[in-house]
Design a protein around this ligand. Structure first.
Ligand code: ZN
Length: 224
């Protein structure tokens, strides 16, 4: 069996990493896709109780919208970076800052009702890198700010990185690049450098298909 699974829920992809005793999940998708999530789990023959930990790649409604529902239905602990912690515990999303033309168009088209999620009390609040070895997997959570200041990525020992919205190739993009929304683009580029230095090769993102890190290396090189 593959060491990780991808589940597509509307516009958001979430990931399940196989551990020695269950699964670590990255993101949950929107509140409106919770039913679809449980159906997908059933199809994959995964019991909700098998989810040990849910990591918020960053606290925005399309990533953690159904977190409260999933936390209650699973026995999962919730992990968030301290800098996104307040947005999670308050249930109030931080402002979204569109940085691409598509981001600007999307933000105009998105109704306020899309930015909805219930507050969640996290179990693990991280500040720096965090090892997932206690959960039975050789992987780490690293801080990769950009889309929000508390954005994190999960990297495994086989060169996979699950990076949320630190990069995107969606929508209508032929090549991966900067996310549609970012608090600070210089943070995005530093986070890419960090991923390059970690030696990862395949980037799995929330919006769009996985891609090789050489696309980001090329953009970084052009900027120098
Ligand atoms: Zn997103």
């Amino acid at each position: 069996m593959e060491k990780f699974l991808e589940i597509k829920l509307g516009i958001t992809r979430i990931y399940l990493l196989k551990t020695s005793s269950g699964y670590i999940q990255i993101d949950t998708g929107m509140k409106s896709t919770a039913d679809k999530y449980f159906k997908q789990l059933e199809l994959l023959k995964i019991k909700p109780q098998d989810i040990q930990l849910i990591i918020a790649s960053h606290v925005q409604s399309d990533h953690i919208g159904s977190l409260r529902i999933l936390k209650e239905a699973t026995s999962a602990k919730v992990l968030v970076h301290r800098l996104d912690g307040e947005a999670l515990t308050s249930g109030k999303q931080e402002n979204v800052y569109p940085v691409t033309l598509m981001g600007k168009i999307l933000s105009k088209l998105t109704p306020d009702s899309m930015y909805v999620y219930d507050s969640v009390e996290p179990d693990i609040v991280i500040e720096n890198d965090f090892s997932l070895s206690d959960f039975g997997i050789n992987a780490r959570v690293i801080h990769t700010p950009g889309p929000t200041m508390g954005s994190v990525s999960v990297i495994d020992d086989e060169g996979n990185a699950f990076i949320g919205c630190v990069a995107q190739n969606f929508p209508l993009r032929f090549f991966p690049g900067i996310p549609a929304n970012a608090v600070d683009l210089s943070c995005v580029y530093s986070s890419w450098e960090k991923l390059v230095n970690e030696g990862v090769h395949t980037l799995h993102i929330s919006h769009g298909r996985s891609f090789n890190i050489r696309h980001l290396k090329r953009i970084l090189k052009r900027k120098k």
